[in-house]
Design a protein around this ligand. Structure first.
Ligand code: HEC
Ligand code: HEC
Ligand code: HEC
Ligand code: HEC
Ligand code: HEC
Ligand code: HEC
Ligand code: HEC
Ligand code: HEC
Length: 408
């Protein structure tokens, strides 16, 4: 063969490959990666339309374990007896899928979740019993006496409707009482259509709500050794591991979910994020929870998969020292306020005088931060964002109290 014919053969061959690539690139993406007819059938025909209407939803669903397990769109969107369905192209569906729809197949997770403070107490923290049936209030009070049957939050009331719906409830709706009698939504951590455990194990997922100066858990985590290692080594971890089979080999570094929910190496997985806690850290002055002993045992069992007993016990002892010291500083602030009130220098209304805000910041921002930092390994939060600020605020409170007395 001459050089000329070899050249022509190569030229023609290359052109054909290029042409095929160009033609392929011009085809719509859906045609290239589109679902098979079997897939459309498996979704109960919903995907046939929804690939044109809301394509992202179909793709997310396609990657989920639900698609793999042949749970169809309709399995979640089917209207239950307790739900008002609407006719949708021949199907009676609900647009507002709630935890009641998930409960059909995931009763254990639902029941655990219902026992946690993520359920009714989270809602009651903002709106009290508004929207709850009498049965709901009774159920919530059974698990968390005093945390459900309480008045709506005063600060929220003063800030008004705009702040409540998209502000407070943006996070606290995790415990929304639903019209169908169920509580909350599971999608806050799993998302609607990827329904992923890998997503739920990401610290940032919890950090949507667990952030900011009044509950700086994500900031504390990111500066802790755990967070630093996780962020550096995440790519080598197996965040998709089956919960019942999760080992320290899959995740040698803990995320929020590991400590508060996961079952490492055969321990029980739980959706009750209250189970492993021993103090009410969010309170102005923190006291032991009724579950103190058991809560610590269960959390320490998780630590002990990766640390020695002495290490863990020392960590808790040091954190408890911070807790006692913080309680002491907050009590001093409380005393300043109580004295002013007794002297008639403060109005009975909440949040109408500047000093009330300074007092609130003292425990709500800086007291909490010091305690959360101590229990989750954030040195800077224990100290500069915590204890230092506590001292500063105490000085401010004293100065303001003196000024009020001088004006008398
Ligand atoms: C014949 C076509 C078609 C079929 C079949 C279909 N849908 Fe839809 N669906 C639509 C259209 C069109 C919309 C409106 C989209 C928009 O507003 O942009 C919609 C909207 C929705 C909504 C939002 C409704 C709302 O009020 O917010 C949900 C949920 C939904 N579909 C679920 C499903 C489910 C589940 C199935 C299968 C049981 C299904 N659809 C089958 C065409 C279809
Ligand atoms: C695991 C349960 C589950 C499955 C399976 C599921 N959905 Fe949904 N879907 C939800 C939830 C939860 C919502 C959010 C409801 C709400 O906002 O109150 C939702 C919302 C929607 C919406 C409205 C979204 C928006 O942002 O406006 C559409 C449309 C929809 N789903 C279609 C589908 C289609 C099509 C499929 C199948 C390809 C499907 N869903 C499968 C649970 C599911
Ligand atoms: C019709 C039954 C059914 C319904 C309804 C249902 N699921 Fe599932 N779900 C399943 C099955 C089956 C699996 C796969 C089980 C397995 O692999 O062990 C699964 C798996 C899961 C997983 C694990 C996913 C993973 O990454 O391994 C999560 C999380 C989940 N479902 C959440 C939900 C949520 C949230 C809802 C409601 C919005 C819901 N499910 C509704 C049946 C259902
Ligand atoms: C949509 C917002 C939201 C998300 C996402 C969220 N939480 Fe929460 N969480 C809350 C709220 C609100 C409370 C306070 C409930 C109360 O006591 O009123 C809370 C409380 C808690 C508590 C304390 C419970 C108690 O008994 O005091 C723990 C622990 C917790 N969450 C862990 C987590 C973890 C771990 C994740 C992620 C896997 C997570 N949360 C995701 C909103 C959220
Ligand atoms: C960014 C998300 C977010 C917003 C916005 C938010 N919270 Fe919270 N709130 C939380 C989380 C997370 C906790 C849990 C803190 C902890 O346990 O450390 C919490 C705890 C609380 C608590 C203490 C727990 C309890 O049950 O008594 C109250 C009260 C509260 N929030 C009320 C409100 C009010 C009122 C608003 C609006 C004015 C609001 N929150 C806005 C996320 C939020
Ligand atoms: C606060 C975040 C959060 C909420 C809210 C939440 N989950 Fe989960 N879920 C998780 C985490 C984290 C895991 C993985 C636990 C682990 O690491 O083993 C998980 C795991 C699961 C699994 C897999 C369990 C298994 O053993 O295979 C199912 C099913 C599930 N969740 C369903 C639900 C249902 C149903 C709801 C609502 C009632 C819900 N989840 C609400 C965070 C959450
Ligand atoms: C290494 C384990 C570990 C990790 C990781 C971890 N926590 Fe914690 N968390 C703890 C311990 C220990 C406590 C204090 C428990 C007690 O009360 O005895 C705590 C307390 C809390 C509280 C306080 C509840 C109250 O009483 O106010 C919340 C909320 C919380 N963690 C959420 C989170 C979130 C969100 C993340 C991730 C950003 C996270 N945690 C990461 C171990 C952990
Ligand atoms: C999944 C494994 C795992 C779990 C669970 C875990 N840790 Fe860690 N922890 C680590 C790793 C890895 C390091 C980094 C060690 C290093 O520097 O090489 C670390 C570091 C630490 C450090 C800082 C280093 C030091 O020795 O002072 C403290 C403190 C700590 N962990 C406490 C805890 C406590 C308390 C718990 C339980 C509430 C816990 N850890 C749960 C894996 C874990």
């Amino acid at each position: 063969m001459s050089f000329r014919s070899v050249f022509i053969a190569i030229f023609i061959g290359t052109s054909m490959v290029l042409a095929a690539l160009v033609v392929n690139a011009l085809r719509p993406a859906a045609e290239l990666t589109g679902p098979t007819p079997e897939f459309v059938r498996a979704t109960g025909k919903c995907a046939a339309c929804h690939l044109n209407e809301t394509s992202a939803i179909v793709w997310q669903y396609e990657t989920s374990q639900h698609a793999a397990a042949a749970v169809s769109c309709f399995d979640c969107h089917r209207a239950l007896d307790s739900q008002a369905g609407s006719d949708h192209n021949g199907f009676s569906i609900v647009a507002q899928v709630t935890s009641a729809n998930c409960r059909q197949c995931h009763t254990t997770e639902y029941n655990q979740y219902e026992r946690s403070r993520h359920a009714l107490p989270a809602w009651a923290a903002v709106l009290g019993t508004e929207g709850m049936s009498a049965e709901m209030v009774a159920l919530g009070e059974q698990y968390h006496p005093g945390a459900v049957d309480r008045p709506a939050n005063e600060l929220a009331r003063l800030e008004g409707a705009g702040a409540i719906e998209t502000g407070c409830l943006g996070c606290h709706e995790i415990g929304r009482p639903n019209a169908d009698g169920s509580i909350g939504s599971c999608t806050q951590c799993h998302s609607r259509h990827s329904t992923s455990i890998a997503l739920a194990r990401e610290p940032q997922t919890c950090g949507q709500c667990h952030m900011g100066p009044d509950h700086s858990q994500i900031e504390i985590y990111n500066e802790s050794k755990h967070g630093v290692l996780y962020n550096a080594q995440k790519a080598s971890m197996n965040l998709r591991a089956e919960p019942k089979q999760l080992t320290t080999r899959d995740m040698p570094v803990p995320t929020c979910a590991t400590c508060h929910m996961s079952g490492l190496e055969g321990q029980g997985v739980t959706h009750d994020t209250t189970e492993r806690l021993s103090y009410w850290l969010f309170a102005a002055v923190s006291e032991r929870r009724p579950n103190y002993r058991q809560g610590q045992v269960e959390m320490k069992e998780i630590c002990l998969k990766c640390h020695a007993q002495t290490h863990v016990d020392r960590f808790y002892q040091e954190a408890e020292v911070v807790l006692v010291a913080t309680n002491e500083k907050v009590r001093q602030a409380e005393q300043i306020m109580n004295e002013l009130r007794a002297e008639g220098l403060l109005s009975p209304e909440p949040f109408d005088e500047k000093i009330e805000f300074v007092y609130f910041d003292t425990w709500h921002y800086f007291g909490r931060t010091a305690k959360h930092g101590a229990f989750m390994g954030g040195a800077d939060f224990v100290q500069w964002h915590g204890n230092y600020q506590l001292l500063l605020k105490l000085a401010e409170l004293r100065e303001m109290a003196e000024a009020l007395r001088a004006r008398r």
